[in-house]
Design a protein around this ligand. Structure first.
Ligand SMILES: [Zn+2]
Length: 124
């Protein structure tokens, strides 16, 4: 039996990794503690990677500012359309309520066509 220096629990030798640099040829910490340490190391690394990635993003943003801003604008336009749909839905619901009609339209049921339906030549 050998006591782990980390968790101070006496464990079987098989619970310890081999370590030739140690007097008894076994690591001072049990496998479980090593694992925990590795996890912690991994977590710390993950944080660092995240920071690095964030920095990369900033650089990427600087280099592609215009493109990103165009994308943002497109997203904004799309949101505007979505909001319009929500607005229409709310209006329709209000009207239905006033008339005492059961309202079961969902947002997905409202589609604002890209092409004006009146000017459209063919029926799609
Ligand atoms: Zn341990």
């Amino acid at each position: 039996m050998k006591t782990c220096t980390k968790c101070e629990i006496e464990k079987d030798e098989s619970e310890f990794n081999k370590d030739k640099s140690r007097k008894d040829g076994l690591a001072s910490q049990c496998r479980e503690c090593k694992k925990k340490y590795q996890n912690k190391y991994y977590q710390q690394n993950k944080e660092e990677t995240k920071i690095k990635r964030g920095k990369y993003h900033k650089e990427y943003y600087e280099q592609n500012k215009e493109e990103i801003q165009t994308q943002d604008k497109n997203r904004y336009e799309r949101n505007k359309i979505r909001n319009k749909e929500k607005f229409l839905l709310r209006n329709a619901r209000e009207r239905a309520k006033k008339k005492g009609i059961e309202f079961n339209l969902k947002l997905d049921d409202i589609v604002i066509p890209d092409i004006c339906p009146i000017l459209r030549h063919t029926d799609i």
